[in-house]
Design a protein around this ligand. Structure first.
Ligand code: 5AD
Ligand code: SF4
Length: 447
């Protein structure tokens, strides 16, 4: 018997996107390296780490609420270490605001220096003083951290960090720094190891994967990198996100066609269907260019699906502009769409624009858009009934008492089975569709 009961426990709370979820896997890797073990219970933890997000105001409010709720716990257990990091601490003035509002925070770090967390925690333990270290500018990419992955059979791999695009509404370039590409040898070694370890789905992550290596530092384009990853031997799928319409090119689609391992899905955020709004957003493409890209994709890969992100209520958006977005949504017939109400982010260009849209108008537009998107997704789901699709089983839904998995287009399928099939590819005959979810019967199980 080891000294297991004596080990200190960690609990990580994550907000935001896949990028942040993956960063939390790296934070977990750091904590495990320090001999902490994970606890699912907040009250049991010796250290609680908040990995925050600041892309929209509600993500921030969420974090503020949850950090505030720990005041009592900290009082009961003064040895508890509360650490706050992620995008929010990286924002101008936010560290000060957090410090003032929550004096019980022990450690603060930023999205640009989370790799230093071990040193910061050790310093806190040694000095018993608050430790706050936020890096202003991005540094060299750190390759020494091994993530502790919590998402088997899926695995995420960063290919780029940061963003150079400065879309006028977006805070990411301010908090995540300039775009840096990882060296292909690190990415390929990581992917090979994951396949050896039995992972069945690899997602290449970047704010704009298409500009991988655009600074000339990698000797390889994104299409070449994708080709190399998909050429690794083994039974697994490859996904990538996010593609930026201003940089999405046919060489990537040709590589998709070459490899059946690459999911026939492109996440191509359009943001708006109006050229006026797109220009104000500094997206650097037009509605027409976007539609041409969709056409090019479908000419090469007729079975391909597209998902997207859309913002409504951007400053100056007229009813006519909004209707252009509706029109584009119908025209493209997205497999699914993430829809957002514009959120004003301090420091961005859009935050100073005149003609901010009143909340009731924003609410009305988002409700109409969600209704439209849902009805299109529902119709798409219906077309699945009677067909057999291949899904990768990724978990068991306790509430439904069923296994679940996704097809290559990200569509969720549920089914019953009496043995554990997580991590297996399953041919599922779809019996029924309910909203965006599919229900089916197992036809075949493959490794
Ligand atoms: N308000 C609303 N949505 C935003 N996004 C980014 N910034 C904002 C903002 N200020 C959305 C975009 C992006 C997605 C990740 O988040 O649609 O593609
Ligand atoms: Fe933000 Fe635009 Fe960069 Fe995406 S591409 S992270 S929306 S600035």
């Amino acid at each position: 018997m080891g000294n297991y009961a004596m080990q200190e426990k960690y609990h990580i709370v994550t907000y935001g996107c896949q990028m942040n979820l993956h960063e939390s896997e790296k934070i977990a890797g750091i904590l495990r390296g320090m001999q902490y073990v994970e606890t699912p219970t907040l009250g049991d933890a010796d250290i609680i780490v908040f990995n925050t997000c600041c892309i929209r105001e509600n993500a921030e409010n969420h974090a503020f609420g949850n950090i505030g709720a720990l005041k009592k716990l900290k009082k009961q257990k003064p040895s508890l270490i509360i650490a706050v990091g992620g995008c929010m601490t990286q924002e101008a003035g936010k560290t000060e605001a957090l410090k003032k509002k929550f004096p019980f925070i022990d450690v603060m770090f930023g999205a640009l220096n989370f790799e230093e967390l071990q040193r910061l925690i050790e310093e806190k333990k040694r000095t018993k003083k608050k430790v706050i270290e936020i890096r202003e500018k991005e540094g060299e990419i750190v390759e020494t951290i091994t993530p502790y992955r919590a998402s088997y059979p899926n695995a995420w791999i960063n290919i780029t960090y940061g963003c150079n695009n400065f879309c006028s509404y977006c805070i990411v370039p301010y908090v995540r720094g300039r775009e840096r590409s990882r060296k292909p040898e690190y990415i390929l070694a990581e992917a090979e190891q994951l396949v050896k370890d039995g992972y069945k789905e690899i997602t290449l992550l970047g704010q704009n994967v298409n500009s991988y290596g655009a600074d000339g530092s990698t000797g390889m384009t994104f299409a070449e990198l994708l080709d190399r990853v998909a050429s690794i031997e083994g039974n697994f799928r490859v996904r990538f996100m996010t593609s930026h319409p201003k940089d999405f090119t046919k060489d990537v689609v040709d590589v998709m066609k070459k490899h059946s391992k690459i999911c026939r899905l492109v996440h191509l955020p359009v943001q708006s269907g109006s050229n006026t709004v797109l220009a104000e957003m500094n997206r650097r493409y037009t509605r027409e260019k976007y539609l041409q890209e969709i056409q090019m994709l479908r000419e090469v890969l007729p079975e391909a699906e597209v998902t997207t992100d859309i913002i409504v209520g951007f400053p100056g958006e007229t009813e006519e502009d909004y209707l252009q977005t509706e029109d584009l949504v119908k025209q493209v017939n997205f497999a699914s769409a993430f829809t957002f109400v514009y959120s004003k982010r301090a420091g961005t260009r859009a935050s100073t624009m005149e003609n901010q849209i009143p909340e009731d108008v924003q609410k009305d537009r988002i409700m109409r858009l969600v209704e439209l998107v849902n009805s299109l997704t529902r119709q798409k789901s219906e077309t699945y009934v009677g067909k057999t699709v291949e899904i990768l089983c990724e978990g068991f839904d306790e509430k439904k008492g069923m296994y679940l998995g996704r097809d290559e287009f990200g569509r969720m399928g549920y089914f019953n089975h009496d043995t554990d099939c997580i991590g297996k590819f399953i041919d599922l005959k779809i019996i029924r569709a309910n909203g965006i979810s599919l229900y089916g019967e197992v036809v075949d199980i493959k490794d």
